[in-house]
Design a protein around this ligand. Structure first.
Ligand code: ZN
Length: 389
């Protein structure tokens, strides 16, 4: 199948490229080509100058969480068949919104792994999923109800072994407390530096990357020194509040270690944009991190209350505003850069020969206005057409 007469943004370059056609091969991979390169009676579609870019990647979701449920303990009580059905419906909405890959950073019953495999087998529509299973947490700590409690290094090793047995793709650790768990404080580190180091060393030994949930600055420091792959949230919380304990030296260390920051800016953060002082402080922090060399990936923490799984396209415009990024930087954070951070750059994230045909077809230019992402004309996931008007 030849999609011709397009303007192609490859997920990385500063502008549209000379290729004006994409061939989708039978195995779901793509080839960049030109409109006059039709072979024999190959089917082709004239997209009349539409803008084509790689499908979006959300680096932080929870497929098992219902955004309309505010009680974190409620999800585990839903009967498994009903839960699986709800998760399949969320996955379908995601891919129909143009999210063709996503990293699931935690659940309690590994149900998202079943959805992952069903999507990969072509039995369910949805994004390619990269799943962490049960996050390692302290006893009674953040999201302890998911079953990953560990009081020391030995217990943490047992949690990792259990995730490996279940067939996860990476390891998630709660380096600090969090918001949704009663009794857990976002500011507090949950593990000391030595335990964090053991977790990362063991995960890496087994071939896993590590995503670390980090609100408080102490936990960010432990995670950074241990060499995690991504720092989730990175909220710089301390005794004086959220964002008040930003440490520029630590930001430099994060950059030098090549650790990605995944700030989980969801569409709801749009409410902050009218608060000028708040916005200015936030933008200054992001720009300082950026000039230190920190790299960012797009993420929403979809599934937590009022954060819907399909809302990454809306969240990206808010992320851009909060961080004072360009459209190009923001788009890279949800495509090529995100794929690198997730270790799937050899599969997706760019429009490059041999990669998966994960494509958004947009009537307007996303490089000119990110709102174009909210109105795709067509979506292809692994070469299959998902949505057509
Ligand atoms: Zn999360």
């Amino acid at each position: 199948m030849l999609l011709r007469n397009i303007k192609l943004w490859d997920g990385c370059s500063a502008d549209y490229s000379d290729f004006d056609a994409i061939r989708i091969l039978a195995d779901g991979t793509l080839q960049r080509t030109t409109s006059d390169d039709r072979v024999g009676n190959e089917p082709s579609k004239d997209l009349a100058g539409a803008f084509v870019m790689p499908g979006l990647i959300d680096a932080h979701i929870h497929l098992c969480l219902d955004p309309e449920e505010s009680d974190p303990f409620a999800h585990g009580k839903v009967p498994e068949p009903i839960q699986l059905k709800a998760m399949a419906a969320r996955a379908k909405k995601m891919v129909e919104a143009g999210i063709t890959s996503a990293r699931d950073l935690g659940g309690g019953q590994w149900l998202e792994l079943q959805i992952r495999d069903a999507i990969l087998a072509g039995d369910l529509p949805g994004p390619r999923l990269i799943c962490a299973g049960q996050p390692i947490t302290s006893p009674g700590g953040h999201c302890h109800f998911w079953g990953g409690e560990a009081e020391d290094t030995a217990a943490a090793m047992a949690v990792i072994a259990r995730q490996a047995e279940a067939g996860v793709d990476l390891i998630k650790v709660m380096a600090t407390g969090g918001n949704i768990t009663p009794g857990s404080k976002p500011m507090d580190a949950q593990f000391d530096g030595a335990v964090m180091q053991s977790i990362v060393t063991e995960a890496n030994r087994l071939g896993y990357s590590v995503a670390a949930h980090c609100h408080g600055t102490d936990g960010i420091r432990h995670a950074a020194h241990a060499g995690v792959t991504t720092i989730e949230h990175c909220s710089w919380v301390g005794p004086n509040g959220w964002g008040k304990h930003f440490d520029p030296d630590l930001a430099l260390e994060i950059a030098q270690a090549g650790i990605w920051i995944s700030p989980t800016v969801n569409a709801g953060w749009g409410r902050h944009l009218s608060n000028e002082n708040y916005l200015a402080a936030m933008q200054a922090r992001y720009q300082t991190m950026k000039s230190s060399g920190c790299q960012f990936i797009a993420s929403t923490d979809a599934g937590i209350p009022n954060v819907f799984h399909e809302d990454l396209p809306k969240a990206l415009a808010v992320f851009k505003a909060v961080a004072a990024f360009s459209n190009l930087e923001t788009l890279r954070s949800a495509t090529s850069d995100c794929a690198k951070a997730l270790g799937i750059e050899g599969v997706t994230g760019r429009i490059e020969d041999g990669l998966s045909a994960d494509l958004l077809v947009l009537p307007a230019s996303p490089l000119a206005d990110l709102r174009a992402l909210q109105h795709p004309a067509e979506i292809y996931a692994r070469g299959a057409l998902i949505l057509s008007p």
